[in-house]
Design a protein around this ligand. Structure first.
Ligand code: PXG
Length: 300
């Protein structure tokens, strides 16, 4: 049945102070975000009218900006309000939100001083949920040849528009027939997946690599550590090797879009009993409780 025009929700994208319809929302080909990956972003999520941990996302955005010497033309409070305004304009209670700030439009040289005004855009749209099977059965991941960026080169703690390192890893994993890549650093230590943090459970305790090995300080990662504290699951940020992954009792990935994804095989080694683990399950339930209360509420 054809939808009445009033039923079709038009999606609006915020760009530098104005709203544009989705298919008219464009930026310049001279934008350095596009020409050089010179910019930063955040991927957030709202649950039933609550933007989950928005303050933490904005703190991370400001830290990324500081690191790349990009000055954000809004205060955190203004940015908070713009995100909410975008969600309200699109009448979205459950949404995926992408906030992007680029160096702005410049010339063809890479000098960021030529970019006078940063480009800020906010996309909010219906959240595309992952296939339920991945949560019920767990996924299989592999380590890949591409190593995670050196922290001394492009620090993985910066959520920059330079995602080629992760994209190459993702390509290698999908070429091999797996859903995601475990990325190691140049010393062979486990860092994270192409777009998610990684955890293991061993002898009742939870472990995740410290961010200084080359991982993003994930908001979901932090929420899982808070949940572990609440559930009295002992945890430690610790260097992990492939050997640690292979011999884990449980393993899972965390990220804003996918939330918590159980891992049942790493490089062909079965993790635990080959099924999503109990600790993973309790942490997932604890995380879901957090998504009901921990964030910024808004009304549609
Ligand atoms: N590591 C990397 C490299 C990421 O890109 C995470 C960890 C998890 O962080 P949060 O804060 O989301 O818990 C990310 C997440 C997606 C998507 O659609 C996710 C990310 C980037 C692009 C797309 O799942 N970042």
């Amino acid at each position: 049945m054809k939808k009445k025009k009033s039923e079709i929700k038009e999606n609006h994208v915020f760009i530098n102070g104005k709203y544009f319809l989705k298919n008219e929302a464009t930026v310049s080909v001279f934008d350095h975000g596009l020409l050089y990956g010179d910019g930063i972003f955040e991927g957030m999520r709202s649950y039933n009218g609550l933007v989950f941990r928005m303050e933490e996302h904005l703190d991370r955005l400001w830290e990324s900006a500081k690191s790349i010497m990009l000055s954000i033309p809004y205060t955190k409070k203004q940015m908070n309000d713009l995100v909410i305004q975008t969600l309200q304009k699109n009448k979205l209670k459950d949404a995926y939100i992408r906030l992007v700030i680029t160096r702005g439009t410049g010339d063809l040289g890479l000098d960021p001083r030529k970019c006078k005004v940063p480009t800020v855009f906010i996309i909010s749209d219906k959240i595309v949920l992952y296939d339920g099977e991945i949560y019920a059965k767990g996924v299989e991941v592999v380590t890949v040849p591409t190593v995670r960026n050196f922290t001394e080169a492009v620090n993985p703690a910066i959520k920059s528009l330079n995602y080629l390192n992760n994209i190459l890893a993702k390509i290698e994993a999908t070429n091999a027939g797996f859903c995601d890549a475990v990325m190691l650093n140049h010393q062979g230590y486990v860092t994270e997946c192409s777009g998610a943090n990684i955890f293991i459970v061993k002898d009742g305790a939870l472990f995740t690599p410290p961010t200084y090995v080359g991982a993003l300080k994930g908001i979901t990662r932090c929420a899982i550590l808070d949940t572990a504290r609440k559930l009295r699951v002992p945890f430690q940020e610790r260097i992990l090797t492939r050997h640690d992954l292979f011999n884990a009792d449980e393993c899972f990935l965390t990220g804003t879009a996918a939330e918590i994804v159980p891992v049942v095989k790493v490089d062909g080694r079965v993790i635990g009993n080959g099924k999503p683990g109990e600790t993973t399950h309790s942490l997932t339930l604890g995380f879901r409780d957090l998504t009901k209360v921990d964030g910024v509420r808004y009304k549609i």
